[in-house]
Structures are given as C-alpha cells and as structure tokens.
Design a protein around this ligand. Structure first.
Ligand SMILES: Nc1nc2c(ncn2[C@@H]2O[C@H](COP(=O)(O)OP(=O)(O)OP(=O)(O)O)[C@@H](O)[C@H]2O)c(=O)[nH]1
Ligand SMILES: [Mg+2]
Length: 297
C-alpha cells in the first residue's frame, strides 16, 4: 500500500473528480431545453446521500414547475437516516418519495404521486379535463441512480439500457408506457461542482463516479475507514473481524486474508481487496449505509 487517501490540495485530483464527458454536457443542455415542455420533472437521487446526489443547478431552475424528487436505492440506505430525511423534507415542503426501483410497489408510488402533482398543477392553471389527459415526464439525475431501471419498470419492458456502471445512457430517449405516460430518459449528469473531497468519496462509493476517476484504492480505503469509524456490525460479521478497533492497513490486510487475496509471494494482493470491498459494499453485503444526514441549522 502506498497512498491511502487523496491529498486535499491535489489540484489534478480535484479536477479529475469533476468528471464531465461530452455526452453529459449535451445531456445538461437537453434537460434544460425540455424543462418547460413536459408536465412533470422527476429528479432521481440516491437515498444514501440525498443532498449531495442532487443537482442544485437544475433543481433551482425548476422552482415553479411540477417537480418530484425520487430517492432511489432506499434498500441500501440506513433506515434511521431515511426517517430523519423524510421528516426534514416534509418540513421543507418538498414533493418526494423514497423507493427501491427493484420493487413493484415503488413503481406504483411514482405513477400515483406524479399524477397527483400534475393534476393539482392542471387545476391551478385551469386546464379542463385535467384528470383524463396523458402525462409527459422528464427524468434526470446523477449517473447510476436507477433512472433507466425506473423507466423500464414503468413501461413494463426493456425500453432503455440499464446496467451497474455509471454512464450507461448516452443519448436521450422518449419511452411510452401503457399507462398514458411518455417519459424522457436522459443520460446521468454530474452536479455542477464537487467542492468537498468527502462528497466525491460518497459519490464514488455509491458508484455515481466511475472507479477509474477516483481509483479503487482511494474509494475502498475511504469505505473501510468509514465502516471502521461507524463500527458497522454487518461489515464486522461479513469479513469476520473480531473487533473493529484497528487501523486501516490492518483492516485491509485482514480482509485480504479472509477473502484469499494473497499474492504468489504470500503478501496481500491489495488491488484485489480494493475491488472486492467495492463490489461487496455496492451489493449491500456490508450493511445498510447512509453517508449524509439532514443539515441541523
Ligand atoms: N439495490 C438497488 N439497485 C438498483 C435500484 N435501482 C436501480 N438499481 C441498479 O442500479 C444500476 C444502475 O441502474 P440504471 O437504471 O442503469 O441507472 P441510470 O440512472 O439510468 O444510470 P446512467 O444511465 O448511467 O445515468 C443497475 O445495476 C440497477 O439494477 C434500487 O432501487 N436498488
Ligand atoms: Mg440510464
């Protein structure tokens, strides 16, 4: 092991985490162009980092529009943190739902909540026959938050490509559902600027940023440190630790031994440990983890 965590003053690293490939620049322009022509805008965020996984710039452009925040992957988040967020968001009068896109009931909730918001807006703007009309929806959000999965579930078919690595959707696509909803799937977009290194680490842990940007070493070391600090019992049991009172290097080497990541000379194969930790965490094997709690002020 050489370097464990990135240097907070490493300018080149900070530039790299603000990952903005060409298809994202185009997607941001497409999203902005379509905001005014759809009946509802749905932002898909990650329930494990409710504010940091949001896009402030696009959110601020939607203040006077029918808008729903869908916090997805709630099945991987800490239920206690989710409860606190629900209370905080209610106080802020946000329209939101916490869901798990892999569960059918969650999908019904999105349809119902969106229709309610659109109908209230149509009544307010005195559109007649409001309840009968079809509905158009734009879905946007951070890479890998589950936008295309949600759209496939809403349309009951594999209308758009969904997969476990960020940057799957490369071009926008209109999808029709049999429930009278037309949905615009858009390529995942990064927030305008990640200012804090910790936030970049959270986004990497939830796999919104591809591993080659942060490096598996930094991401896995951040996660192991986090799980040691929070004394995660699931992490302890999964890797059969006797105690979590140890330093990062010892913990990594322990995981290497337990998971058979040993080089031919007998030393720890650190690179394999890093990759395994990321896979195990993202599957949920290391427990339900939230990185962010509601602001207290
Ligand atoms: N555990 C869990 N996994 C989910 C959930 N929703 C989606 N996924 C998984 O997350 C991965 C990413 O899903 P996508 O639907 O491709 O995400 P996306 O937001 O369209 O990603 P981009 O197109 O890259 O922006 C897939 O492996 C999905 O199976 C969820 O609620 N829980
Ligand atoms: Mg997608």
């Amino acid at each position: 092991m050489t370097k464990l965590t990135p240097d907070h003053n490493d300018k080149e690293f900070l530039d790299r985490i603000n990952w903005l490939p060409g298809h994202m620049i185009k997607s941001i322009a497409d999203i902005k162009k379509n905001l005014n022509s759809v009946d509802i805008i749905v932002e898909v965020r990650d329930a494990r980092a409710p504010l940091v996984s949001g896009n402030k710039e696009i959110y601020n452009m939607c203040s006077d529009k029918p808008f729903l925040i869908v916090f997805n992957k709630t099945n991987l988040a800490d239920p206690k943190a989710v409860k606190l967020w629900e209370e905080w968001l209610k106080d802020k009068k946000e329209s939101f739902i916490f869901i798990n896109a892999l569960d059918k009931q969650s999908i019904t909730k999105i349809t119902k909540k969106s229709k309610d918001i659109v109908n209230v807006n149509r009544l307010k703007s005195k559109q007649t026959n409001s309840a009968k009309k079809d509905m158009s929806m734009l879905i946007f959000g951070l890479p890998n938050t589950g936008k295309s999965t949600i759209i496939n579930k809403l349309s009951n078919r594999n209308a758009t490509k969904a997969a476990a690595t960020p940057g799957q959707t490369k071009i926008k696509l209109w999808v029709k559902t049999d429930k009278g909803i037309q949905i615009l799937d858009t390529p995942g977009v990064m927030p305008p600027l990640i200012e804090h290194l910790d936030h970049a680490m959270w986004l990497s842990a939830i796999h919104a940023i591809p591993d080659h940007i942060i490096t598996p070493e930094y991401s896995a070391c951040f996660l192991v440190e986090h799980l040691l600090k929070t004394q995660s019992q699931d992490f302890k049991e999964f890797y059969k630790f006797e105690s979590l009172d140890m330093d990062l290097v010892s913990a990594i080497e322990h995981i290497g031994k337990k998971r058979g990541c040993i080089q031919s000379g007998g030393g720890c194969d650190y690179e394999r440990v890093y990759k395994l930790v990321l896979i195990d965490f993202r599957k949920g094997s290391l427990g339900l983890t939230s990185f962010e709690l509601p602001p207290t002020e």
